[in-house]
Design a binder for this molecule. Structure first.
Ligand code: E4P
Length: 224
């Protein structure tokens, strides 16, 4: 499973990109609204940092407007992927953009049937939102597993991005269920990398090493 980062914050992306684990990024209007500066410039900078697909969302409500916005956004960088909402208009937009060779990500997907529609419309990616499903008491892992199975049985090339990830267990679940990608917020990456036994292990290795070095120095001094 590939790992994307779900944020528009350049410092956070720079930090996690340095780990060498990122294949792409996703943004949305809410994430961009938290940043200051020119949004087109932010998208370009994210593309430079991750060197892979970067989703940027259209805000028009009609398919024609979405396609016009998409043409502008796709011109920002060759890695820009156009994010469209799961709606009749979003599906028409995805179909039109697919015909033009523009990559798309149909977002706000909450069911296997919505994912099926997006795949049939030619979407490059679909983004089921696991955290928001869990928030309303639905079983997000069942929805993810249904989508993965529907795509496998029907041999769709559309990739599944597990989105709205809230904690490390969501990432493990997405990987076990066969999702192609998980898009993960920076704070969840910071939780994934940590384990108390790792910290304790590093501290005890350092401590033992320093003690051995001190013993060796003392022995050398006695001899010399
Ligand atoms: C995905 O592409 C979205 O940007 C994101 O995962 C939404 O997550 P949220 O439910 O935490 O807003």
């Amino acid at each position: 499973m590939e790992l994307y980062i779900d944020t528009a914050n350049i410092e956070d992306i720079r930090e996690i990109a340095a780990w060498g684990v990122l294949s792409g990024a996703t943004t949305n209007p809410t994430l961009l609204s938290r940043e200051s500066g020119d949004y087109d410039e932010i998208i370009r900078e994210i593309c430079d940092l991750v060197g892979g697909p970067v989703s940027a969302e259209v805000m028009s409500e009609d398919a024609e407007g979405m396609v016009m916005e998409a043409e502008r956004l796709a011109g920002l960088d060759e890695n820009v992927v156009i994010k469209l909402p799961m709606s009749p208009e979003g599906l028409s937009g995805a179909r039109e953009l697919n015909g033009q060779g523009v990559k798309t990500n149909v977002t706000l997907v909450f069911s296997a049937n919505q994912a099926l529609l997006a795949a049939r419309a030619g979407a490059t990616f679909v983004s089921p939102f696991v955290g928001r499903l869990d928030d309303i008491g639905h079983d997000s892992s069942q929805v993810l597993s249904d989508i993965v199975e529907v795509f496998a049985v029907n041999e769709f090339s559309t990739k599944v991005i597990a989105a709205s990830i809230r904690h490390p267990l969501h990432v493990t679940e997405a990987a076990l269920l066969g999702c192609d990608i998980a898009t993960i917020p920076p704070d969840v990456y910071r939780k994934m990398v940590k384990h108390p036994l790792t910290d304790r292990g590093i501290a005890s290795f350092k401590n033992d090493w320093e003690k051995a070095q001190a013993r060796n120095r003392e022995a050398a001094e006695r001899l010399g």
